[in-house]
Ligand binder design. Structure first.
Ligand code: HEM
Length: 418
């Protein structure tokens, strides 16, 4: 008698999109590297294979040439080799403590305070708006705004432009998730690209010669090996930041609050002991991380879990499936801030043992900023929204394929004077 393997799950099916986690297990156990006809891509789902691919130069990010360049322009995501190293060297100082010292000593003095101050002010203002009301949709009124407002403030752009950036952010996001190819969505994204361009380019030119200490001014003046980023590159980076730093953090905060509401005993623990904050954030990224899939392209033939993938193939690296691989994490579907097999101390660095920020040369530039934003959000939610609970009858449900979280979070809390 032969045992039949379960069929390959279809990642575009309504069942998968409704609840991908059981299908992730089928993929890991029976089809760890498998061709998916509808997307013409190879699905890779085991932790060891996904982590290995990110560290293997045979998997390049040149897929972003056609995926993202039409939206943002050319960005760091699609660069490899020396070009990528140069751009990382330009950016790292603004986002990572150690690099700061080597680069521009003036930034070292206040970067941490600057980031912290901006993040706390942006988050506090949003919570002020809802704390007195006793009920809110935390996604619509807090998480989608917070990272964008932080970014606008860090770039040194007028706070009156928060709304405008929010609109652009939603337009780019709609375009990236436009699987059905709705022409109205594409047209809006084209318009956004033009508007953003017309808005940012004159500001970049103005800041080239200024002495501002905001992120945009610093990017305009920064040099590595005598090389500066061009106007177009800086514009593309601002556009990328809206998505890379906006959507991810927005969704990660929503998932973190959702998990704590679903696990009140763990919420009570972290409320009493804030030294657990990093563990809450890291476990959220592992268990319910916002980025479910990242694409790559093979530069040569590669072997993955016994399957040969040809050169020039598009691969979908399934981060969420890898982060729940029972070969790597015990009882992986359980949300547990005390999980002994997740390395919390390294969770925001390139030595992390989860793959939500990926690993290797394209490791997320903004992991420390994301951690700061999530910490501030956690404090604000715990301190300013007492007795937080779901609204009567509300049941949270995740949505999204490439990126995923709860699209609504209807909560009640004891109203405060603010
Ligand atoms: C929880 C929040 C976040 C998650 C889960 C996340 C996840 C990721 C992932 C998966 C990548 C790899 C993309 C790829 O190589 O295809 C990445 C890269 C990147 N992220 Fe994040 N990110 C987060 C927050 C941020 C923030 C706040 C920023 C803002 C500075 C940021 C900026 C970037 C940039 C610029 C890259 C490109 C790095 C490179 O190509 O070398 N991210 N991030």
């Amino acid at each position: 008698m032969t045992t039949l393997n379960p069929p390959t799950p279809d990642i575009l099916s309504p069942e998968f999109i409704d609840d991908p986690y059981p299908f992730h297990r089928v993929l890991r156990d029976h089809h760890p590297a498998v061709y998916h006809e509808a997307t013409q891509s190879w699905l890779i789902s085991r932790y060891a294979d996904v982590a290995g691919a990110f560290r293997n130069p045979a998997f390049s990010s040149r897929n972003y040439d056609w995926q993202l360049e039409p939206i943002h322009g050319r960005t760091i995501l699609q660069m490899e080799g020396k070009e990528h190293a140069t751009h990382r060297a330009l950016l790292n100082p603004f986002f990572r403590g150690k690099g700061l010292e080597a680069f521009l000593p003036v930034i070292t003095r206040n970067a941490a305070e600057l980031v912290d101050g901006v993040v706390r002010r942006a988050g506090g203002e949003l919570i002020d708006g809802i704390a007195g009301r006793g009920r809110a949709d935390l996604v619509a009124e807090f998480t989608t705004w917070f990272p964008i407002n932080v970014m606008v403030d860090m770039l040194g752009l007028p706070r009156s432009d928060h709304e405008r950036f929010h609109r652009w952010y939603h337009s780019i996001m709609a375009h990236l998730n436009n699987l059905a190819g709705d022409p109205a969505v594409t047209a809006r994204a084209d318009q956004t690209r033009e508007e953003l361009r017309e808005y940012v380019l004159p500001i970049i030119r103005e800041r080239r010669d200024g002495d501002g200490d905001d992120l945009l001014s610093r990017l305009c003046r920064a040099e590595v090996d005598g090389q500066r980023m061009s106007d177009e590159e800086i514009k593309a980076f601002v556009s990328l930041l809206l998505v890379a730093g906006g959507e991810t953090t927005d969704k990660a905060i929503a998932s973190m609050v959702r998990q704590l509401l679903d696990h009140p005993e763990q919420m009570a623990e972290v409320r009493a002991d804030r030294s657990l904050a990093d563990a809450v954030i890291a476990e959220t990224l592992r268990h319910s991380g916002p980025v479910h899939m990242i694409m790559r392209q093979t530069e040569e033939e590669v072997e993955v879990s016994g399957t040969t993938i040809p050169a020039g193939a598009t691969c979908i690296l399934m981060l969420a499936a890898a982060n729940r691989d029972e070969r790597h994490f015990r009882d992986p579907d359980t949300f547990d801030v005390h999980r002994p097999d997740l390395d919390v101390a390294k969770a925001f660095s390139g030595a992390a043992n989860h793959v939500q920020f990926i690993l290797g040369r394209h490791f997320c530039v903004g992991s420390l900023l994301a951690r700061t934003e999530m910490t501030v959000a956690l404090d604000l939610v715990l301190d300013r929204l007492p007795n937080l609970r779901y609204q009567e009858g509300f049941v949270p449900h995740e949505a999204g394929l490439y990126t995923r979280s709860v699209p609504r979070l209807l909560v009640e809390f004891d109203a405060s004077a603010g």
